[in-house]
Design a protein around this ligand. Structure first.
Ligand code: FPP
Length: 240
């Protein structure tokens, strides 16, 4: 009973993290468990992304970054990569996406490495949703944390910034996420306990939350559990 009361009181005045980041992992295993091709898992994962983004918007999360395709994912079989690209295409062509829900959509990652038509659709989706004032969704596509830092260093050098002027703020202002705060909470479902090259600079002080649930089975209740746990954490940022 006492425990129940404690959880309720956390829920009542809990803090919703401003920025939640999610590694949408486990699509392939979800499909395999059902005797379906891995590609069916990615279709289910894409649906789940929409559901969770809408829920984040509803409860007042300000920023949601999702890992949709990494710089390493190109190594997968061509058929699987092609299917994921088609899921992106279909998703981006659906111009009603999120618009009426006041959700902004942006992309982080190396757009120059994407098929040209998808890169154009990404630009258009960003333009179409730029005035939305609700949740800001940042989808990481052809994204790698190390690749991001390589691009940042190149830009810093090209801008002629001298070594003595380089500090953490200079680096933070040259990475893809320069316009928004670091994630307070990073969620990885599917029973894996690693960052896999996701937001490696930005994760310096993030809280991590892991779950065995495969991404297509992830529910708003799971997100609520992650937020409750986040509220129990004592964030000291190196202090005492
Ligand atoms: C990781 O699961 C998932 C991916 C590498 C692709 C994620 C893509 C989507 C969720 C579709 C995104 C589309 C939109 C519109 C957001 P996995 O394949 O590594 O699963 P496994 O670890 O079980 O093999």
């Amino acid at each position: 009973m006492a425990l129940f009361k404690k959880r309720r009181s956390v829920a009542d005045d809990r803090k919703i993290p401003d920025h939640i980041a999610i590694i949408m992992d486990g699509n392939g295993r979800w499909a395999k468990n059902r005797g379906l091709p891995r590609t069916a898992g990615h279709a289910a994962g894409s649906k789940k992304f929409k559901e969770i983004a809408r829920y984040c918007n509803k409860i007042g999360v300000k920023y949601l970054t999702v890992y949709a395709f990494s710089t390493e994912n190109w190594r997968r079989p061509k058929e699987e990569v092609d299917t994921i690209m088609n899921i992106f295409r279909d998703y981006l062509k659906d111009s009603t996406n999120f618009k009426k829900e006041n959700i902004m959509l942006k992309f982080i990652g190396d757009r120059s490495g994407m098929p040209e038509d998808i890169a154009e659709l990404m630009n258009k989706a960003e333009f179409d949703s730029k005035d939305a004032t609700g949740l800001k969704v940042y989808m990481a596509i052809n994204y790698g944390g190390r690749d991001e830092l390589v691009h940042a260093v190149r830009d810093i050098v090209n801008e002629g910034i001298s070594a003595k002027d380089i500090n953490e703020d200079v680096i933070s202002s040259h990475i893809y996420t320069k316009d928004y705060p670091d994630p307070e909470l990073i969620i990885r479902p599917s029973g894996e306990y690693r960052l896999s090259n996701f937001l490696i600079w930005q994760a310096a002080y993030s809280e991590f939350w892991f779950s065995n649930v495969l991404w297509p089975d992830f529910t708003p209740d799971d997100l609520e559990r992650a937020i409750d746990d986040f509220n129990m954490r004592n964030r000291r940022f190196g202090g005492v």
